[in-house]
Design a protein. Sequence first.
Lengths: 230, 324
Amino acid sequence: MNGNPIVEGFIEAIRLIVSLDPQVVEITIRSLYVSLTATFFAALIALPLGALIYFYEFRGKHAVVSTLQTLYALPTVIVGLVMFLLLSNIGPFGFLRLLYTPGGMIVTQTVLIIPLLMGLTVSALSGIDRDKRYTITALGASRLQTIVTIIVESRFAVMSSVLLGFGRAISEVGTVMIIGGNIRGATRVLTTAIALNTSMANYSVSIALGIILLAVALGVNIALSLVQRR
Amino acid sequence: MKMNVAILSAGTIAILFILALLAGCTGTAPGENVTPNVTTTAPAAGANVLKIATTTSLENTGLLAELERVYERETGMDLQFIAQGTGQALDTARRGDVDLVLVHAPALEKEFEDEGYGIDPRCIAYNYFIIVGPEDDPAKIRNMSAVEAFRTIAIAGMNNTPGVAFVSRGDNSGTHAQEKALWKEAGYNYTTEILDSGAWYVDAGKGMGDTLILADEKKAYTLSDEGTYLSFANRLALVPIISESTELMNRYSAIAVNPAKYPNTNARGAADFINWLISDEGKQLIGDFGKVEFGKPLFVPLYAPECTGPPFNCTCAEPVPTPA
């Protein structure tokens, strides 16, 4: 490693990506698999719950929404720690044997982004114009028809919240390191691989994986702006 | 309808409260959804997966990748290494989250076995810890014994001698345990006299590779296992200052997790892997590792009867019984 390690690392990184280095490809696919699955399950749970919160009036609704918004910033290592204690063999869910498996990582990321998706769903639904809502009712829509119309109207905002949730899941390193254990060929994902390769001074692999992670983030962003332009 | 709404709202609030309590219990809901999905894509806890908690020094040298490649090809067993410090690796095993450990801290290992969590310990190989530091050796410790060197570094550091600093792993790893033992032999109480005794003592809290890189950046001394140092040497300006002193012997062992404590561990796989490690084939592989790349082997395999006497005092040849 003589010469400029950044430049050399960058050149090597491009080579790794262009030549579809099997290690890089495998880690990227696993990263996408874990975070996409987690986002899917989180959306399955969080979107209906978010809609419930929005459409039904109940005492403490404001507190619930504030709590959700606070949990947007839930530190990943804390989620990792709590889920680790729950999933460890001596913990209450140890019998599932999910610690140090991709399944455990999916469950944990699901938990991590549920508050974000719920809160953003509530905001997305609230974003529908009040006038529009009155119009819908004035046109003689039933309660169910009103709900369906509002959901349809807010679908792009809800989609962008799902994309944001995915962005948070794929870019975080705290839970996947603790729950996954960064096992080569089993639970190593983009972020943990970058941490490991940096600690081993394999900067080129780190840079290559970093470029891929940035590309994924960029892709999410482009998708977001496309959705919002609609 | 009104009743329905009330029940739904109550349910939602209940779920949210649970969520607010750090989202603990909702984990079970996706968990049940996810489990069947996962067992099809990756065998999570089957008889053909062996989970091994191990030291960062073994992982960073690349030895584990080599062992994994050969063993998986021969047996079809999926070896999964989780690299942690020795202290953390032993704790992971105490909770039954792995099937065996590969570690290097005899005192901690003995505790682990005495508590009944570890069975069938076999020493596999050894090398030496080395004290590495900047070429110009600001504390003038060259040619000293390891204990003298530590004492000299501490005195120089506490007197704020320019350029003298020591980077510690600080992660309760095997290397950290060895470092603490050396401070003790040098006459210091680690917690009260070394930790927080000044800017000269840097507590990294990182794996071996990170610590070497940090020491290199700071032009500081550090204690490293020889294997990791050699595999990083071409990226470091640090040089070995003291090596091959008997006080610095570094012994690696494999210990299986006691299936009597955790019946759901892969005890059979653990026994088979330990027996393979102590077989002639396993030892040859370990002894040859690094010869081509670094010009010398990174690890010296242990053979009987040498291993039963001092300074090793361990079992390295008798196969471990295979559970039915």
